[in-house]
Design a protein around this ligand. Structure first.
Ligand code: ZN
Length: 79
């Protein structure tokens, strides 16, 4: 789903994450791709909003992998 994110909000999210993917910490400047704005709580989950506290900067790989997931198993603790 493509959602319009106002330019000023995009600028704020880029500044918050300093150009790094929120998940894998890859620097956007070191890639040939444009990073994406990802909803932490997905809109499809019904509780997410297109707002500063619910958006992060994500590389395309992490965004596709996360998709609508909201939880993961910790590989260290297996919980
Ligand atoms: Zn990433």
């Amino acid at each position: 789903m493509s959602v319009y994110i106002p330019v000023e909000l995009q600028r704020q999210i880029r500044a918050k994450f300093a150009g790094f993917c929120a998940y894998c910490r890859t620097a956007e400047s070191l890639t040939a791709t444009t990073f994406e704005f990802e909803h932490i709580i997905p809109l499809s989950a019904g509780g997410g909003e297109t707002a500063f506290d619910n958006l992060c900067l994500s590389c395309p790989s992490c965004n596709r992998y996360k998709a609508s997931r909201q939880t993961v198993v910790d590989t260290g603790t297996q919980q």
